[in-house]
Design a protein around this ligand. Structure first.
Ligand SMILES: C[S@@+](CC[C@H](N)C(=O)[O-])C[C@H]1O[C@@H](n2cnc3c(N)ncnc32)[C@H](O)[C@@H]1O
Length: 446
């Protein structure tokens, strides 16, 4: 990106007005690791740098609007002057962006989805699900390339498979070359069910099991209840309860990514001086393994329900760090094992009501040493939703996902402070995680 020339005053104005804004960092010419992540997703429209810049401009102009609204709250004099000069600084930045990229105005119309396109977004998920459920990825990995061959292997209709493959090709999952022959792209190879970095379970988890519950969102919003309750009240049954594979699919996606994928989370907190880390509800244990890999003197305890612990065992057997790690089955609402000075809960508490959280944290409170720390790793919601931002969208989506699927919720830092306080902990800080929408809420026994 062409560097936008800014005066020190403009930089200061932007930093002051938008201290933790991704778009402000872009204007300031600072690298934002989150943009790297976006670039890796070929289908992501926001990887278009012009769209990113369009968001920069929208956000900056949004700030100017807010400042204009606030202007009358200040008496005439230095405060108003300061506000006006900060606004001018921002407008100068906007002008420079437009000078650097003259056709920027077109980016929004080219790439921003319309409401109807947003409403159609479920179709990609459904197409991926059909491919996953039918075994299209496995058939193609075995070398089958034409629609009739793939359809025969998947016991499906050849014409319909051809139409599915064509749609998958339009968003980069397969590619047709030569004519009538399709191959998986590097993205599409995740549809293979057996490969070590398979995304098969994740696709089925989201596009089938969770999507089925999301189809009841309207009633969940109307009643404030989760989908299981809504479906039960209507006398129906959810995919969760009718699909015999559902529990295995859930365990296959929880904490099972390669440990390196958890590097930024493991790096967000300083484990120097810590002795034993317990990952409560740690699923497959990937985060704990990554932390142990980084800190050879640390010991670990992986705690989860018995089925999850059983599934984690083979992976731990293969990893040298498992010599420093204990695997413990427990229901966290009943008990938490003693012996650690750091207790991690990642994407566990968001599935619970405040009462449920107090039950779990109460058990942690009973065993944690006075100098211990609890690390709650969750999508912390901002206190205000003022802009379009994919990272914040991810958090707000997770909040609705919790409403629909668990009856839990995502929380703001203020809400975490309250619930931690009511469970006997003091919130110390909220640490950002580089390139990730989660934060690490650090608390100590009060
Ligand atoms: C959404 S998954 C998160 C897994 C992992 N921490 C991660 O972030 O990838 C929630 C995990 O918490 C575990 N869990 C939730 N409630 C629990 C409880 N009461 N006792 C033990 N484990 C629990 C689940 O079995 C599951 O593995």
């Amino acid at each position: 990106m062409k560097k936008i020339p800014l005066t020190p005053a403009q930089v200061a104005a932007i930093r002051k007005l938008c201290p933790d804004s991704m778009v402000a960092r872009t204007v300031l010419g600072e690298d934002d690791p989150r943009l790297e992540h976006l670039k890796k997703e070929p289908g992501d429209l926001t990887s278009d740098p012009r769209v990113r810049l369009q968001q920069v401009v929208s956000e900056l102009l949004g700030y100017v609007e807010t400042m204009a609204a606030e202007l009358d709250e200040f008496p005439e004099g230095p405060d108003q002057e300061r506000l006006r000069s900060e606004a001018v600084g921002i407008l100068l930045a906007v002008r420079e962006i437009y000078r650097a990229i003259p056709d920027l105005g077109e980016a929004e119309t080219i790439s921003s989805p319309t409401l109807i396109e947003m409403a159609q977004a479920f179709t990609r998920g459904r197409a991926l699900l059909a491919a996953a459920r039918l075994g299209v990825g496995d058939a193609m990995t075995a070398g089958l390339a034409t629609a009739p061959e793939i359809a025969a292997a998947c016991k499906a209709d050849a014409d319909a498979v051809l139409r599915l493959l064509r749609y998958l090709a339009t968003f980069g999952v397969v590619v047709e070359n030569p004519p009538d022959e399709f191959v998986l792209t590097s993205l599409g190879r995740g549809l293979e069910s057996k490969s070590p970095d398979s995304k098969w379970a994740g696709v089925v988890f989201w596009a089938d099991l969770l999507a089925d519950n999301w189809s009841h969102l309207t009633e969940c919003i109307r009643t404030g209840r989760n989908a299981a309750e809504v479906i039960k009240a209507a006398g129906g049954e959810s995919r969760w309860s009718t699909d015999p594979e559902a529990p295995a699919i859930f365990r296959a996606v929880m904490g099972t990514a390669p440990p390196e994928a958890y590097g930024p989370i493991a790096a967000a907190f300083d484990f120097a001086g810590c002795r034993v880390v317990a990952d409560l509800g740690g699923g497959g244990g990937a985060l704990l393994l990554e932390i142990l890999h980084r800190h050879p003197a640390l010991r670990g305890i992986l705690v989860d329900r018995p089925e999850s612990i059983e599934r984690a065992k083979p992976r731990f057997k293969e990893d040298a760090a498992s010599a420093r790690c204990e695997l413990v089955s427990a229901d966290l609402q009943e008990s938490v094992p003693p012996g650690a000075d750091i207790y991690i809960l990642k994407h566990v508490l968001h599935g619970y009501s405040d009462e449920g959280i107090r039950a779990i944290l109460g058990n942690v409170r009973g065993v944690i040493p006075p100098d211990g720390r609890v690390l709650v790793i969750e999508f912390v919601l901002p206190s205000q939703f003022t802009r379009v931002d994919p990272q914040i969208e991810r958090r707000a989506m997770s909040d609705l996902n919790m409403l629909v699927n668990t009856g839990g919720r995502e929380r703001t830092a203020v809400e975490w402070n309250e619930v931690l306080g009511s469970a006997g902990f003091k919130m110390e800080q909220v640490l950002p995680v580089e390139g990730d929408a989660v934060s690490v809420v650090v608390a100590t026994p009060d």
